[in-house]
Design a protein around this ligand. Structure first.
Ligand code: AGP
Length: 372
């Protein structure tokens, strides 16, 4: 049954272990001959013709999935994309109209802030598409179109497998819209599809190779009072997600920053012993970005930070400056976030467990926030 931990110590542990299937099941039935076929969007091409703007609305972890998706959506469709927290969106008379596509993301499909934002957008004539993990929930019912994530029921308050499924669904949507609009070639789609299809096995590799090591150092860090997370480009929302998860279940102060922002303020926080996770972009994809993040690592290391690096296999440039290196398999530029987030989910869970906390039911929080 859905409410069964299946031998795992917590729902969260079970759900992190299901991250590979969450991606695989979200892809299932939506790829044919290397191209995207989304049965739910059959006959709905009109929805994507003539759009001049996409606004993704969501809260919390779902909004971070949206921020990751923005990079791919914009790159592949060439339509400008904004990501807005649902509760900020409708209180400022946003510029929307019939050519705006609103993409809402919600695991539960019942989050009141997101629901109200979708209704608001609809009343103003925008087109609405919902990415949701719960069949028949209110938000998809209030939308013109739906793409379900097939992560399976998520019970733990901290969202994990739904997050990777949401990014997967956004990429499917982005590739589909790009084809409808003619902004991407079939060959290019096929390449991205191959990358996506390889993700589940790569997540499994991380779980097999790194989980116990991450849990061990999370255990050693049980007394830590603050943890910082740095990322750049698609790694930036992953830094935010790593920080949110830690706050939520371990009650440790955590902040995520865009690595480039360091010198504009946050570097003042660095003192000897401060743990900092750094998500390092692939040197194969952008040597320029990679160099910049490595130089950020040098800067914080010189000020005594304890640096925990998440880097792709074979990236040797990070070795001289890292206290710990967590390896992720190679993936294309937009696909690394689906891998880099996994160690952060394991870390938050490991730390909360080491502190003896209930990882499934953190204080003050509800799984789905049905009040505004
Ligand atoms: C994530 O770990 C949180 N529990 C929270 O931020 C959550 O993602 C947010 O409340 C949105 O929920 P939803 O996806 O069900 O709309």
């Amino acid at each position: 049954a859905a409410a069964d931990k299946g031998g795992w110590p917590s729902f969260m542990a079970k759900e992190v272990s299901e991250e590979p299937e969450a991606v695989a099941n979200t892809l299932r039935g939506r790829v044919r001959d290397g191209q995207i076929v989304i049965p739910e969007l059959d006959g709905l091409d009109e929805l994507f013709v003539g759009i001049d703007r996409v606004i993704v609305i969501a809260c919390g972890t779902a909004a971070y999935a949206g921020q990751v998706g923005k990079y791919a959506l914009e790159q592949w469709t060439r339509v400008p994309v904004d990501v807005e927290l649902a509760h900020e969106f409708r209180y400022r008379d946003p510029v929307i109209g019939p050519n705006t596509l609103i993409v809402s993301i919600s695991q539960s499909g019942e989050t009141m802030d997101t629901l109200m934002a979708v209704k608001y957008a609809r009343e103003r004539g925008a087109r609405t598409l919902s990415i949701c993990n719960t069949q028949g929930a209110t938000i998809p019912r209030e939308s013109d179109a739906i793409i379900y994530t097939h992560a399976g029921p998520e019970v733990a308050v901290a969202s994990t497998k739904a997050f990777v499924a949401q990014i997967t669904a956004l990429y499917l949507l982005a590739l589909h819209v790009a084809r409808v609009r003619g902004s991407i070639s079939a060959t290019e789609v096929a390449q991205h599809v191959l990358e996506l299809e390889a993700i589940p096995d790569k997540i499994s590799q991380i779980l097999e190779r790194e989980q116990s090591r991450i849990e061990q150092f999370a255990h050693w860090m049980a007394d830590t009072r603050s943890v910082l997370f740095l990322g750049r480009h698609v790694g930036y929302p992953i830094a935010l997600e790593g920080a949110l998860k830690l706050k939520e279940i371990s009650y440790i102060h955590a902040e995520g920053f865009a690595a480039g922002e360091l010198k504009h303020g946050p570097i003042a926080l660095i003192e000897p012993g401060q743990p900092v996770f750094v998500i390092v972009p692939s040197p194969r994809e952008s040597s320029e970005l990679h160099k910049k993040v490595v130089s950020n690592i040098q800067e914080i290391r010189a000020r005594g930070a304890r640096v925990i690096v998440i880097a792709e296999e074979g990236d040797a440039a990070v070795l001289p400056f890292a206290d710990e290196v967590l390896r992720i398999p190679l993936a294309g530029p937009f696909f690394e976030p689906l891998l880099a987030v996994v160690p952060l989910h394991i870390f938050a869970m490991g730390l909360a467990t080491a502190k003896g906390l209930d990882v499934d039911q953190p204080r003050n929080l509800a799984k789905s926030v049905t009040v505004e």
